[in-house]
Design a binder for this molecule. Structure first.
Ligand SMILES: [Zn+2]
Length: 498
């Protein structure tokens, strides 16, 4: 847990080592069936379509949906609507593709019921129709995927990594410990036969184990994603073939002219290191050195490396700002959305937040603000350099409200300097491309999966308008505002009793 001593020992980003991504099991075992509406033919008329390809918004359009697919898109005045189709007049509203959260942990929140009664409904109520699960139980994730695919449960499409590959001892469970090439080959083979979509690497991997995983993944035809391990440079991870880097791990360090020395200092730091105050001071000096030694030239070279190797970045700003770089003003302890968090989960969140805030003084909070600010500006620069980026939240981590946090992430993208369209792309067409599903999803066009979000205001005017949701269509099923409010009320009731 994040004691000052732990921070003292961290390498890339303070706090990331201590995130309790996996929460305890405490929910009772009960299966609650859900009232998923059946697929239907549907036409959304007189709507402004924002297909996120960069084409101009198309006012007064009609989108026709049948059998979970978009079948036609065109001007309302011209498009023929087949008889028997349910028509939704969406005049004055805006239609965007369903959103993707590319970093969640569905099986972390008090399984077996946590994701079903807490996370999944909040994702859907917020228009999140695709997720990439970045660490969890293959068995539970397969169950969830099956329930959703069979139509017995409303939920997003799930892509997942299963257990982490990590060093010894690993940070989180479930993990497979990898010490050498033999472990790497066995781990990757096992995960491949378990049907995972990606291999997830974690912070404690030693260089030899990490490179063995890169090799084993390549041979198995799998992509690997995750943290840049503490002992590896982000530049080297990109060259080795890591497909996505989470939380910008290792990025600031790889922009430093003193990268090797700063890494050595961190890896060599004894834990615990002296008194709490000594530890905090040591960390602060290290962080100040990190900020002061930033080189725009080295950063530009790093971003070129990312571009050349197609190394995607998923910064997970909600996690960074509301937990890793938590300050009194970024703390969401008293946020009204806490009513959706089951009491058992909230207790874990409280502990984590308290520990992150413990012993921190004005100087530490100021440093966290500076680091968060620097990460936003580096993110903007890497995006401008052409590095592919995606939205993600680390949902199930403390202070990260499932579903809602994705909209916060888009807001931070725009705060960093991206346009609202670029932010939207990072949660729609870009994830589709990353997942190899550009033909299937990510835009609004005939043949695509009918995952859509109907908004009451234009997100291109203000990205916060993605939160003004009138309806969500998930795999062809329409959930209007009343349905979404009912979902939210059900989560609040569950949270109050668990
Ligand atoms: Zn995570």
């Amino acid at each position: 847990m994040p004691s000052a001593a732990r921070y003292n020992h961290r390498v890339n980003l303070p706090g990331l080592r201590s995130l309790p991504c996996l929460l305890l099991t405490f929910f009772s075992l009960q299966l609650i069936s859900c009232s998923a509406p059946q697929p239907q033919s549907l036409a959304i008329t007189h709507v402004t379509v924002i297909d996120v390809t960069g084409a101009p918004a198309q006012p007064d359009s009609t989108v026709v949906i049948a059998d979970s697919r978009i079948t036609a898109v065109g001007p309302s005045s011209l498009l023929h609507i087949p008889g028997g189709t349910r028509v939704i007049n969406a005049s004055g509203k805006f239609l965007i593709p369903g959103l993707a959260d590319m970093h969640v942990h569905l099986t972390g929140a008090g399984e077996p019921m946590g994701s079903r009664e807490f996370i999944l409904p909040l994702l859907i109520a917020n228009g999140v129709t695709t997720v990439r699960d970045m660490g969890g139980s293959v068995t539970l994730l397969n169950q969830l995927r099956q329930e959703i695919a069979s139509g017995n449960r409303i939920g997003p499409q799930i892509f997942f990594t299963g257990p982490y590959l990590d060093g010894d001892p690993p940070y989180f469970q479930p993990s497979i410990i990898v010490r050498n090439a033999q472990d790497a080959i066995a781990g990757v083979q096992q995960l491949k036969s378990d049907g995972v979509d990606f291999i997830k690497v974690q912070s404690r991997l030693q260089p030899a184990a990490y490179f063995a995983i890169a090799d084993a993944s390549r041979h198995a035809g799998m992509r690997y994603v995750g943290h840049v391990p503490d002992a590896i440079s982000a530049r080297v991870a990109s060259q080795a073939g890591q497909s996505s880097i989470e939380h910008l791990t290792g990025v600031l360090l790889a922009c430093s002219t003193r990268e090797d020395e700063l890494r050595r200092r961190q890896l060599a730091a004894p834990s615990p290191y002296g008194s709490v105050n000594q530890s905090l001071e040591r960390l602060r000096i290290w962080q100040q050195d990190l900020l002061d030694s930033h080189s725009d030239e080295k950063a530009a070279q790093l971003f070129q490396t990312f571009v050349a190797n197609h190394t995607w970045q998923v910064p997970t700003f909600p996690l960074l700002i509301h937990l890793a770089f938590l300050t009194p003003e970024s703390d969401l302890a008293h946020d009204s959305r806490m009513k959706y968090v089951p009491a058992g989960v909230r207790k874990i969140w409280d502990t984590s937040r308290r520990e992150s805030l413990a012993n921190q003084g004005a100087a530490e909070f100021q440093m966290r603000r500076e680091l968060a600010k620097r990460l936003l500006s580096v993110f903007k620069q890497m995006h401008a350099a052409g590095v592919p980026v995606m939205a993600g939240t680390d949902t199930s981590a403390p202070n990260v409200f499932p579903g809602f946090a994705l909209h916060e992430d888009l807001y931070y993208f725009v705060q960093a300097g991206l346009t609202p369209l670029e932010a939207l792309q990072a949660a729609t067409v870009k994830p589709a491309e990353f997942l190899g599903r550009a033909a299937e999803q990510g835009t609004i066009a005939p043949g695509k999966r009918a995952d859509l979000v109907l908004l009451n205001a234009n997100p291109l005017d203000d990205i916060r308008n993605t939160q003004k949701i009138d309806a969500v269509i998930v795999n062809g099923k329409l959930l209007n505002r009343r349905d979404l409010d009912a979902l939210l009320a059900k989560v609040a009731a569950f949270a109050a009793s668990h």
